[in-house]
Design a protein around this ligand. Structure first.
Ligand code: SF4
Length: 70
């Protein structure tokens, strides 16, 4: 299993993660990104069997608040 993490405090709501990887990320009502399927909190985490586009989203994030653990 791999893990996707998102440090929401740092997110500036640019939308890149949602554009590149809508299966895992979406902007929600506070204007910041959320990992689909994860509990909504300050630092979100989701275990996934396949990272798919999440790695591209992490690379593209301008404030580097998406982390990938393999
Ligand atoms: S790419 Fe980074 S800064 Fe932009 S919305 Fe996603 S998590 Fe936030």
């Amino acid at each position: 299993m791999a893990k996707i993490k998102l440090e929401r405090e740092k997110c500036i709501g640019c939308g890149s993660c949602q554009a590149l990887c809508p299966s895992h990320f979406e902007l929600i009502d506070d204007g910041k990104s959320h990992i689909k399927g994860a509990e909504k909190k300050e630092i979100e985490e989701l275990e996934v069997s396949k990272l798919g586009c999440a790695e591209s989203a992490a690379e593209a994030c301008p404030v580097q608040c998406i982390y990938i653990e393999k």
